[in-house]
Design a protein around this ligand. Structure first.
Ligand code: OAD
Length: 259
């Protein structure tokens, strides 16, 4: 089989009625968004997500956490989907049912054309009141924000106030120690049980319960395909490991399976 993909893998993809894609930070790395555990370089090294992405951190220093979130949001808005996101979006034209479940809080899957994206860890493009939970419509990046130089990651910014109760507005992402959104989890869990192939892209598979999904898929008979620069601890599932960058491996895989 060309590109080094096994015959069995290509056959299973072609026959699949339902594919689950589970993506992590590595899927957006080639778009310019740093991952959590690899790229502790540049601006990112000054921020430890596990310290900032908690309710306690927000209560202790809301300006710091909101400023960090705004930096992430502006950074993501300037980034473009990469060929990996585009290949995933193309799957929905080739396979009867595709579920894209992502741990990423950016919207690059949507911008690549994926129709329904399940955000297991929320989205930096949504916000809600820390106190009463009501959704907050904003903020939308301004033209000036998008065209200026990269924003300073350490900028402190006061979070807006809730129009209903006056509470602080918090990022619509899942922080450490918080449960996943129930609806999103149910959709992903169902897809793991129903899919024929689970493609696990760019995740270190260490944050649960998201990391449980490939195991669930495997236990229900799906073939698990891992796309990553390095093995992420799914070896025992006996699937396929495709070593390399998502932006190269995924287009080659889709082109080979559906020439
Ligand atoms: P990590 O930063 O833990 O892992 C990124 C993975 O992507 C690593 O396994 C890399 O080897 C791989 N990788 C990097 N570049 C890649 C590329 N170009 N192509 C393919 N693979 C690549 O990110 P996640 O697994 O997404 O949670 O982290 C999971 C969760 O932990 C995040 O959603 C976040 C974090 O703390 C919350 O915020 C709740």
């Amino acid at each position: 089989m060309s590109d080094g993909f096994s015959r069995e893998l290509i056959q299973r993809l072609r026959e699949a009625r339902h594919i689950l894609v589970l993506s992590g930070a590595g899927a957006s790395a080639e778009s310019g968004i740093p991952t959590f555990r690899d790229a502790l370089t540049g601006l990112w090294e000054r921020f430890d997500p596990s310290q900032l992405a908690t309710a306690e951190a927000f209560q202790a220093d809301p300006e710091m956490v909101w400023g960090w979130q705004e930096w992430q949001r502006t950074l993501a808005a300037r980034c473009q989907p990469n060929p990996g996101h585009l290949a995933i979006a193309r799957l929905q034209t080739l396979v009867p049912h595709v579920t894209v479940a992502t741990q990423n809080v950016d919207d690059l899957h949507e911008r690549a054309g994926s129709d329904t994206v399940v955000h297991l860890h929320g989205s930096i493009h949504s916000s809600r009141c820390f106190d009463c939970g009501v959704d907050w419509a904003g903020p939308v990046p301004t033209e000036a924000e998008l065209s200026a130089d990269a924003p300073e990651g350490g900028r402190r910014l006061a979070p807006p106030r809730c129009l209903d109760c006056g509470g602080m507005i918090r990022p619509g992402v899942v922080w450490f120690g918080e449960p996943m959104p129930q609806r999103e989890w149910s959709i992903a869990e169902y897809a793991a049980m129903a899919c024929d192939v689970a493609i696990v892209v760019g995740t270190s598979s260490v944050v649960y319960p998201a990391a449980e999904l490939p195991r669930l898929a495997h236990s229900w008979g799906a073939l698990v395909v891992e796309v990553n620069l390095e093995r992420g601890g799914l070896e025992d599932l006996g699937g396929h490991f495709l070593g390399g960058a998502a932006g190269q491996v995924l287009p080659a895989l889709v082109d080979t399976a559906w020439p």
